[in-house]
Design a protein around this ligand. Structure first.
Ligand code: ADP
Length: 453
């Protein structure tokens, strides 16, 4: 096991990693930008190193500064968290060259899953169900048209180098296809410097369901069930839960086993998430994330498995702590991502937190790095914290969520707590009847207008 690790991140995930490291008896090094000198992860780490000015490209993405911080402190391994350098295969290789362990998958797997077309063809080869589409990049409008006709309209034009939903256009009919191709190519070119696009069948009202997996890098892999992340705004997940209200136990078992078997075949190391769209009882692979995800706590709450602890152990060469048979799913968990934003307009609201009172009690977990008197800097994402509740069943989790939200006080800035107070009382949400477009429809129809809780 490592004696000391460096945490190359900030905010709640830096704290989350620090907690896992402390419980493993590992010393921690925090890094921070000048904007984060007073951040909680800096206060709680054993050591800290300032790695640059506020812009992420000069600090949290500054590879030479991170290498120097490892060197100065003698950290043997680095945990990248999520975002920033977590899915940068080159960074993982550079660390290896400097004899620092990257707490994450092998660089070749990060690279493979970072390329959408390669990821999809790998998924198909490994027996993971995919959205029907063009076998690779589209080379001409004529090819696009014949693929589109074969798939049946509507189709989705997607950027091969895509991310964050950019470079994506729906063509409802064959007539719409040329302009959809042109717009997607132009967007892809300007966002990613690569205008290659491919085609997929457009699913009208899917849910987003993902499978958490853990692999030891030597051919052992298990799954830890599913998460339903269908509640999204602008492709950003807002509310996540496990298990999905849309699946039954045999469906969950089947897709989980398909994913675990695929990861065994790949020799995947560490934590990963295989994301699917789910419609009419069928799963369609969209991508794999080769890192810990924001929504990992809902899985931890129903399995009792500390995923970050597992990531660190696997990186240190230890075997998985449990077999598939030992994974027991218990009850239901829901996570709300609470942002420093106006709950109706989503206008960012950075600033000083005057008073902070997180909820507590049985089955309530708050993963946050803020405190009273802390000023949220405007330079990074607007996540204030994640409220996660666990109940013996979905209904108990919903009632607990309602109670915990009503207890949560964050004064001095606007937060999205009122949005969740409205959602938890909504009949569709209570019945689990929502797809990936539900939240945007709800907001367009004025669901938050005049909300006063
Ligand atoms: P990105 O990497 O840009 O986020 P994804 O492939 O993950 O791209 O897709 C982003 C989102 O776009 C998905 O979460 C889903 O909401 C929607 N989407 C992707 N593919 C399809 C599809 N074939 N049909 C309908 N919606 C899709």
């Amino acid at each position: 096991m490592f004696d000391k690790i460096l945490i190359a991140n900030r905010g709640e995930i830096a704290l989350r990693i620090l907690r896992a490291a402390k419980e493993l008896g590992i010393a921690t090094v925090a890094v921070h930008s000048t904007a984060d000198a007073h951040a909680m992860h800096v206060k709680l780490a054993d050591e800290s190193v300032c790695i640059g000015p506020p812009p992420a490209r000069d600090s949290y993405l500054n590879i030479p500064a991170l290498l120097a911080a490892c060197e100065i402190t003698g950290a043997e391994a680095l945990h990248p968290g999520y975002g920033f350098l977590s899915e940068n295969a080159r960074f993982a290789e550079i660390l290896m060259d400097h004899h620092i362990t990257f707490i994450g998958p092998k660089p070749e797997h990060i690279r493979l899953m970072g390329d959408k077309i390669a990821a999809k063809s790998t998924a198909l080869r490994l027996g993971i169900p995919c959205v029907p589409g063009s076998p690779g990049a589209i080379t001409s409008d004529t090819e696009a048209l014949s693929v589109g006709r074969a798939l049946g309209f509507p189709v989705l034009v997607k950027a091969a180098a895509g991310g964050g939903g950019r470079g994506m256009k729906v063509a409802r009919t064959a007539q719409e296809l040329p302009s959809a191709l042109e717009t997607a190519r132009a967007e892809a070119k300007s966002a990613f410097g690569d205008d290659s696009v491919y085609l997929e069948k457009y699913l009208e009202r899917p849910r987003h369901i993902e499978i958490q997996i853990l692999g030891d890098g030597h051919g052992k892999a298990i799954h830890l069930g599913d998460r339903d992340c269908s509640l999204q705004r602008r492709n950003q997940k807002v509310w996540e839960e496990s298990p999905s209200p849309a699946l039954n136990a045999p469906q969950r078992q089947e897709i989980g086993e398909i994913c675990a078997a695929a990861m065994r075949e790949l020799g995947y190391a560490g934590a990963g998430t295989i994301e699917f769209l789910y419609e009419d009882s069928k799963f369609y692979f969209i991508e794999m994330n080769t890192r810990i995800q924001v929504e990992h706590p809902v899985t931890e709450m129903i399995t009792g498995v500390d995923l970050v602890n597992e990531q660190i152990r696997i990186a240190a060469g230890s075997p998985l702590t449990l077999t598939q048979d030992e994974v027991v799913f218990n009850g239901h968990a829901i996570e709300c991502r609470i942002n420093a934003e106006d709950a109706a307009t989503f206008r960012p609201s950075p600033g000083k937190i005057a008073y902070y009172h997180p909820p507590g009690g049985l089955g309530v977990r708050v993963d946050s790095a803020v405190y009273a008197g802390y000023t949220i800097p405007p330079n990074y994402d607007s996540l204030v914290g994640k409220l996660i509740v666990h109940g013996r069943n979905r209904n108990e989790a919903l009632m607990r969520l309602r109670r915990a939200l009503d207890e949560f006080i964050v004064d001095g800035i606007d937060t999205t707590i009122p949005l969740f107070q409205t959602l938890v009382r909504n009949p569709d949400m209570q019945n689990g009847l929502y797809d990936i477009h539900w939240l945007e429809r709800f907001l367009e129809l004025g669901g938050m207008d005049g909300a006063d809780i």
